[in-house]
Design a protein around this ligand. Structure first.
Ligand SMILES: CC(C)(COP(=O)(O)OP(=O)(O)OC[C@H]1O[C@@H](n2cnc3c(N)ncnc32)[C@H](O)[C@@H]1OP(=O)(O)O)[C@@H](O)C(=O)NCCC(=O)NCCS
Length: 169
């Protein structure tokens, strides 16, 4: 089992891996065009030349990146693939010298085992404004916000400050 950077040719498989978990709300839905557009964010997990999992790292800036769309095909789960994907995405964030990695999940124990800690959703205004504001579950969110690394000081990052002003937070 190993990870590699995703290619456009992997986009349909990535979509098929994510879709079943998007239907029950475990993962954010990602359309095929959106996956194609952001395919350079993705890593795939392979075994015997077959793609069996995926995960993405979204970069907000040097202060923050987000791990998202992590999944391993059901029959290959519990064999270390999920952990390998997270470790590979974390080392990608390290290569970019990102100070903090965040994620929203309904499987907090899985990520706690990998060194993530629980924070408040509002500690991550860029994420909230990018995805949560469009989410029908905004007022009844059952996801847990988690980070690894030092939480960004929002006021020190001009873009984030603009978001705060724009949304009157
Ligand atoms: C979460 C997921 C990616 C884990 O993949 P996996 O290949 O089974 O994970 P691993 O085999 O690397 O597991 C690593 C460790 O985490 C544990 N673990 C796996 N899934 C877990 C979960 N949902 N909750 C808590 N612990 C979990 C494993 O038991 C293992 O612990 P161990 O080392 O003590 O045995 C996979 O279950 C999945 O695709 N789930 C559906 C989508 C999802 O929930 N994505 C994450 C939310 S953002």
């Amino acid at each position: 089992m190993h990870t590699r950077e995703a290619l456009l040719a992997d986009a349909e498989l990535i979509h098929e891996l994510i879709s079943p978990y998007a239907e029950d709300g475990t993962l954010l839905p990602r359309t095929l065009p959106e996956i194609c557009e952001n395919v350079r964010d993705f890593l795939v997990l392979e075994e015997a030349n077959q793609v069996i999992g995926c995960g993405a790292l979204h970069l907000y800036g040097p202060h923050l990146a987000e791990i998202r769309s992590i999944t391993v095909e059901r029959k290959y789960q519990k064999r270390g693939g999920g952990e390998l994907l997270v470790e590979s995405l974390m080392s990608e964030a390290g290569r970019h010298q990102v100070g903090c990695i965040c994620l929203f999940t309904r499987s907090p124990q899985f990520f706690a085992n990998l060194g993530f800690r629980v924070v408040q959703r509002d500690d991550l205004p860029e994420k909230v404004n990018k995805d949560c504001c469009l989410c029908p579950r905004y007022d009844c969110c059952d996801e847990v916000a988690m980070v690894k690394g030092e939480l960004p000081r929002v006021a020190s990052w001009p873009e984030a400050t603009n978001w705060l002003v724009k949304f009157h937070l």
